[in-house]
Design a protein around this ligand. Structure first.
Ligand SMILES: [Zn+2]
Length: 436
């Protein structure tokens, strides 16, 4: 494979360091060398040389709560109505669209049908289709009346979840998803404001049910992720070694303490995007929320914002990833979560970038199963020698204004695994060294 030398770039390396002028050499699928100006790098005579024109070179973005199979339907039951064949094609389409928008890696937070994530991940890895790196998830495993149980007593209806009751049923589903090839087992121990019987503050899975899935995850070296809005659900997940905790909005002091104690192991993604869209933008969409629902949303938003500020202060890894994938909170607007981190959680733009890159790289490499301290090697999420070459060349400085990452026109180039998914424009175009 031809080497690529990126010259005349300002590097945001993902570590949190201020941007610096540098040259970066990519060889194969890895970053081979990085030289801060005025040092320069030599490259092979046939290397492709890109003049960045002073643009920003940064790591590709990691989406910590991705749902490529949630295909922007207006509601969750609508996901159940899409036949698997169409659904597979659309999942591949949205995975590709996220790469077009700078997301070079996806940590799935649930697949809408059992094999959608798995098949798309495999096809990307085999080079059959183009898409980001992907960790594939199971369906959301929920309880009768829980988030995702949209069944009606008189009529068959499905959505994105499988419904299980008791540890034996949860164990069987977890093993089923292991057999089908998932990386991540997803559970819904709490509900949300859209679920009549299981609200956000309720903890609806039992300890034995969470333990059953955790046993399967440990035995098969899979990781676990949880939809845990309530304090009780967060604590239950921590007791059972769950590594990836989504939402965590209604944490109490004890849950915050437990998250802090586990901060070298756990990741939190608040998925503020969907809460913001569902509540703050609902009136804009002409959807009138009942007062009681509004009050609970307001409470969750206020507490969620306070809790994310507290977790960030305490050094817990809080990552962007906003449950994009519904008509009211659509893909590929996912980079908007970074703006929410700045405007709502008080992150600096650079801190939001670190969360979406370096911490995202740590998330993609995290331990194999619940409670595992053994880590996979971190090789994503930074512009650093020997790291995988997932890179963005950005017109402008996102460390001053993170919103520019929402505009695909500002993404001058997108590289995944050492190959340009989006090549630089002709003005910056690659030219052989010999021509200079
Ligand atoms: Zn989700």
């Amino acid at each position: 494979m031809t080497d690529t030398l990126l010259r005349n770039v300002r590097v945001i390396d993902g570590s949190g360091a201020a941007p610096f002028a540098a040259e970066v050499l990519v060889s194969g699928n890895r970053i081979k060398a990085l030289a801060r100006r005025p040092a320069t790098l030599a490259a092979a005579p046939d290397a492709v040389v890109v003049d960045g024109g002073g643009a920003t070179l940064m790591p590709g973005l990691v989406e910590a709560h991705a749902h490529p199979s949630f295909i922007n339907t207006p509601s969750s039951p609508a996901l159940g109505e899409v036949p698997p064949e169409e659904h597979t094609l659309l999942t591949a389409k949205f995975a590709g669209l996220l790469l077009d928008h700078g997301f070079t890696a996806l940590h799935s937070a649930a697949s809408a049908k059992p094999r959608l994530d798995v098949v798309v991940r495999n096809a990307i890895n085999a080079g059959d289709i183009v898409g980001p790196r992907m960790l594939a998830a199971s369906l959301e495993m929920t309880v009768t009346s829980g988030l995702g149980d949209v069944r009606l007593n008189h009529l068959h209806r499905e959505t994105f979840a499988v419904v299980a009751d008791g540890p034996e049923e949860f164990r069987r589903w977890a093993r089923f998803f292991v057999r089908e090839g998932v990386d991540i087992l997803k559970i819904n121990p709490s509900g949300d404001e859209g679920t009549p019987g299981s609200k956000a503050h309720m903890t609806v899975m039992t300890d034995a049910e969470v333990a059953a899935v955790a046993e399967v995850a440990v035995a098969h070296e899979k990781r676990m992720a949880a939809h845990a809005r309530s304090a009780g659900a967060v604590k239950m997940c921590l007791r059972h070694g769950v590594d990836v905790i989504y939402h965590a909005t209604l944490c109490d002091e004890e849950a915050l303490d437990m998250l802090e104690a586990a901060k070298d192991r756990v990741f939190v993604a608040p998925t503020i995007g969907i809460t913001w869209s569902a509540y703050k933008e609902a009136p804009v969409r002409g959807v009138a929320l009942p007062d009681a629902v509004k009050r609970r949303f307001d409470n969750e938003l206020v507490r969620g914002i306070d809790n994310m500020k507290a977790l960030h202060r305490r050094g817990v890894r809080v990552l962007p990833g906003g449950d994009y994938g519904f008509a009211f909170n659509p893909m590929p607007r996912n980079a908007r979560d970074m703006e929410h981190f700045v405007t709502l959680f008080g992150f600096t733009p650079m801190e939001a970038i670190v969360a979406a890159t370096r911490l995202g790289g740590e998330l993609m490499a995290a331990g194999a199963g619940p409670g595992e301290t053994e880590r996979g090697a971190v090789e994503l999420g930074q512009v650093k020698e020997d790291f995988l070459a997932d890179l963005l060349l950005v017109d402008g400085d996102p460390s001053i204004d993170v919103t520019i990452l929402q505009d695909p026109a500002r993404l001058v180039a997108i590289m995944k695994d050492g190959i340009f998914h989006k090549a630089p424009t002709p003005q910056r175009q690659a030219r052989p060294l010999a021509a200079e």
